[in-house]
Design a protein around this ligand. Structure first.
Ligand SMILES: NC(=O)C1=CN([C@@H]2O[C@H](COP(=O)(O)OP(=O)(O)OC[C@H]3O[C@@H](n4cnc5c(N)ncnc54)[C@H](OP(=O)(O)O)[C@@H]3O)[C@@H](O)[C@H]2O)C=CC1
Ligand SMILES: Cc1cn([C@H]2C[C@H](O)[C@@H](COP(=O)(O)OP(=O)(O)O[C@H]3O[C@@H](C)C(=O)[C@@H](O)[C@H]3O)O2)c(=O)[nH]c1=O
Length: 302
């Protein structure tokens, strides 16, 4: 029997994980997030505890009471531009909270599965393997790299799962994603500027949740790339979305990243080689085309 504690269960990955783990016969799950449980109405049977991971005492208390065998840590400050302006907040959530979780895992013998990002790399020579050298180009990436270093020094079992541009549909969720953003804009007849000089291996949120579960199931240790397998530009992604929904591609304007004035710099070419996760964990992600279909079906039900 595995006892798995999820942090950030109100988030995109957290929600998918909660649903997946609840369906596993030999798993006892505890979903946690700061504040209220957004899943209460759609998953009333999901055990939930409120947990702000930036509060050292709360982390210690919740872990000591539940005694998880595994903690899957998804909570983070994921707004990359916000990390640039709120550096203290980004450090507290993306770095310090990880130290609190490591402390609790060491004390109570839990296996930490930590979710990280392609943004620890500079994007000069993607796609990357697990052994590539990190060199972040924005503050979000710096904080996530600091967290990885804390995890790698932990005296408990640990795995770091790195992922890329996650898309999916979540309940009562304020943010959009590349698939729905393109669909909604084109449906409204809006012209969108989409970059053709960034490269990513976009990841369906369900696939990432599956990767996290496989890591826990196999008690995997070390670093694993968990993303989609296709290298695409956001412009390529937008064309595929337009095709699927039969929308007007003329509304998609090619743009260069340099024409955007975002506070945080983005790495140009990231993307991951996922053969280690395929071989060691049996990880099999969907194609981007399949991912669009899954998102479309879920969005239609919401
Ligand atoms: N999304 C992406 O494209 C990528 C994500 N990642 C990584 O994957 C992980 C999951 O990302 P994703 O699910 O998309 O992120 P989300 O932003 O969707 O979810 C993060 C969740 O964490 C919660 N949270 C924020 N602060 C705290 C806190 N102090 N204590 C407890 N919970 C908190 C948020 O709560 P609230 O709802 O209240 O804000 C939110 O629900 C992150 O570690 C991220 O760095 C890596 C690469 C790409
Ligand atoms: C808003 C916008 C985005 N894009 C492109 C650029 C980018 O590659 C993609 C998504 O843009 P965003 O600014 O929303 O995403 P961004 O903040 O760059 O997403 C990142 O999130 C964090 C959490 C991660 O860890 C990364 O893996 C990464 O995917 O869409 C456009 O082409 N035109 C636009 O108007």
């Amino acid at each position: 029997m595995k006892k798995i504690l999820i942090t950030g269960s109100n988030g995109l990955l957290g929600q998918k994980l909660a649903e997946l783990l609840l369906a596993q016969p030999d798993v006892e799950v505890l979903a946690t997030s700061r504040g209220e449980n957004k899943l209460e109405t759609i998953m009333p049977e999901l055990p939930f505890a409120s947990l702000d991971v930036t509060d050292r005492i709360q982390v210690e208390t919740v872990v000591s009471l539940f005694r998880p065998t595994h903690i899957i840590h998804t909570a983070a400050m994921t707004n990359v531009d916000q990390c640039e302006s709120d550096r203290e907040g980004a450090l507290l959530l993306n770095r310090d909270a990880v130290q609190y979780l490591v402390n609790a895992c060491e004390k109570y013998g839990a296996h930490l599965i930590h979710v990280s990002t392609d943004f620890i790399f500079d994007g000069e020579d993607g796609p990357y393997t697990e052994t590539a050298e990190a060199n972040p180009v924005n503050f979000y990436g710096e904080t996530k790299l600091l967290a990885e270093k804390i995890v790698q020094q932990a005296r408990c079992k640990w795995a770091i799962l790195r992922t890329v541009l996650v898309y999916g549909v979540a309940h009562d969720y304020g943010r959009t994603n590349i698939v729905l953003w393109v669909r909604d804009s084109l449906q409204a007849g809006k012209v969108i500027k989409v970059v053709e000089d960034q490269f990513r291996t976009p990841t369906l949120a369900e696939d990432l949740a599956q990767g996290c579960w496989l890591a826990a199931k196999h008690d995997a240790e070390g670093i694993f790339n968990i993303s989609g397998s296709e290298m695409l530009t956001p412009y390529d992604m937008a064309l595929q979305v337009a095709d699927y929904f039969n929308l007007d591609k003329a509304l998609i304007d090619k743009a260069d990243a340099s024409s955007f004035s975002q506070p945080a710099k983005r790495p140009p070419k990231t993307g991951f080689i996922i053969s280690k996760a395929q071989k060691d964990l049996g990880y099999r992600p969907h194609s981007f085309a399949e991912g669009i279909q899954i998102v479309a079906e879920q969005a239609a039900r919401n």
